[in-house]
Design a protein around this ligand. Structure first.
Ligand code: GLC
Length: 435
């Protein structure tokens, strides 16, 4: 197999899929204050060790997770193989700090991959470039390490190249021992810890030679402040296949410096944490998440929605509930999401458009007074159908509508000038077949 050189070709499935699941899971599910807990509370290695000793997620059954993702309408999933705390959820030969050395002695990543593939989903692995466990990662002078500024670490020598050998070795293991990996999601670069500091050219060449079809995020060089060279006309070899805005939906999508769209995926949390946080009950309502998914697609982007499973290996109940609510809407309306992208029409006041070839999807969030205008669509639409049941939506005339020569009007009841509620208060999707 040769490397798929054409970016467009290897990214196609991803852009069609539009909706995926992020899974942040590790030892930090026990303290349950998010995946940064070791850093934010400056917890020592020795103290954090108790979570390694204790980790026993007896209810981990990724088949259930995969079913939940599929039911929600997701097409792919990305799980943390190693997060910043350095704990590996896979059976790496290069460390003892791994799930096969915890109470259950299981390779959680292998099980994740098997289960999600069995449901027909594409699979990705998140791999942290940072490592707060490895002796050769910088500590005292690093700005994120739990032992930053700690005098006891001041004169500790470390050999960063040895860490890089370890990191490259682990990525080689993930790309060799686990079958086809669809996405490798590196996280993250900061300050001068970017690009060649990770020996990124060598890394990307290795990954692509082992996994010819794999797609990569942009974080081998992107930081919180920049997308990296993916936006330039001469992207580096490690610039990635897609941009990865975090906890934000870019107001105008993501384009290169000449304004051409580039693939992107917004990753967002359901509450305000990636890793499990027992006290964070600020979950976004399903309605908001669905509408944000629509917004992403209308701007040529994907949504990667995170779940942070608990220490027992279960999805939080709130997360499961949200996934099934999203699934109910997706079941009826996924044609307005999958394979869709930005349309050529301006964003309507009542919601968004998405488009797949000659099918234009009107995502209506807010009903109108009287007939609802499709601005500029007069003589451009052959027919309109309610996506959820295929029923006819008639074109109509409202009060004075003749004045609006370029616009088309629809309504959701028999009397053109009357006001009716939209059939689905979350997002009513009307499929418009363009002429
Ligand atoms: C960040 C955080 C991290 C999380 C990630 C998800 O950069 O460090 O904890 O995994 O974003 O995008």
């Amino acid at each position: 197999m040769s490397i798929i050189n054409d970016k467009k070709e290897r990214i196609q499935w991803f852009q069609d899929a539009r909706f995926g699941m992020f899974i942040h899971w590790g030892l930090y599910s026990i303290p349950a204050r998010g995946e940064w807990v070791r850093s934010s509370e400056r917890i020592s290695k020795e103290y954090y060790e108790q979570y390694f000793e204790e980790f026993n997620p007896v209810n981990y059954n990724p088949k259930l997770w995969a079913k939940a993702a599929k039911e929600a309408g997701m097409k792919y999933a990305v799980m943390t193989a190693k997060h910043h705390d350095g704990f590996c959820l896979f059976d790496s030969k290069l460390t003892d700090y791994k799930s096969t050395n915890t109470k259950l002695h299981r390779d959680f990543i292998k099980e994740f991959l098997d289960a999600f593939r069995a449901e027909g989903l594409k699979v990705g692995l998140y791999y942290s470039l940072l490592d707060w466990y490895h002796e050769d990662y910088l500590a005292y002078a690093d700005r994120h390490h739990p032992m930053r500024g700690n005098e006891a670490y001041k004169n500790k020598s470390h050999d960063f190249d040895r860490y890089l050998d370890y990191m490259h070795g682990q990525i080689r293991e993930l790309c060799t021992n686990y079958g086809d990996i669809d996405i490798m999601w590196f996280d993250f670069s900061y300050d001068d810890m970017a690009g060649e500091k990770w020996r990124a050219t060598e890394l990307v060449n290795m990954v692509r030679s082992l996994q010819p079809g794999i797609i990569l995020d942009n974080r081998l060089e992107a930081s919180g402040e920049s997308y990296g060279s993916i936006k330039t006309l001469n992207p580096s070899i490690y610039s990635g296949d897609f941009a990865s805005p975090e906890q934000i939906i870019p107001p105008e999508g993501v384009t290169d410096c000449e304004g051409n769209p580039i693939p992107w995926e917004a990753c967002i949390t359901m509450n305000n944490h990636w890793g499990y946080c027992s006290t964070d009950k600020l979950y976004k309502p399903a309605k908001q998440i669905i509408r944000k998914l629509v917004e992403c697609v209308s701007k040529n982007g994907n949504l990667l929605l995170n779940v942070g499973p608990n220490a027992l290996g279960e999805f939080p109940v709130e997360a499961s509930q949200l996934l099934s609510e999203i699934g109910l809407w997706m079941k009826e309306n996924n044609k307005g999401i999958y394979n869709c992208k930005m349309s050529q029409f301006v964003k309507p006041e009542w919601g968004y458009y998405t488009k797949n070839k000659n099918l234009l999807y009107a995502h209506i969030f807010e009903g109108n007074i009287g007939a609802l205008p499709l601005i500029g669509l007069k003589d451009k639409v052959k027919k309109a159908r309610l996506l959820s049941d295929g029923s006819e939506i008639k074109f109509c005339n409202g009060w004075n509508t003749k004045e609006f020569e370029k616009d088309l009007f629809i309504n959701f009841g028999p009397i053109d000038t009357a006001t009716y509620p939209i059939p689905n208060h979350i997002d009513t999707v009307v499929e418009l077949e363009l002429l």
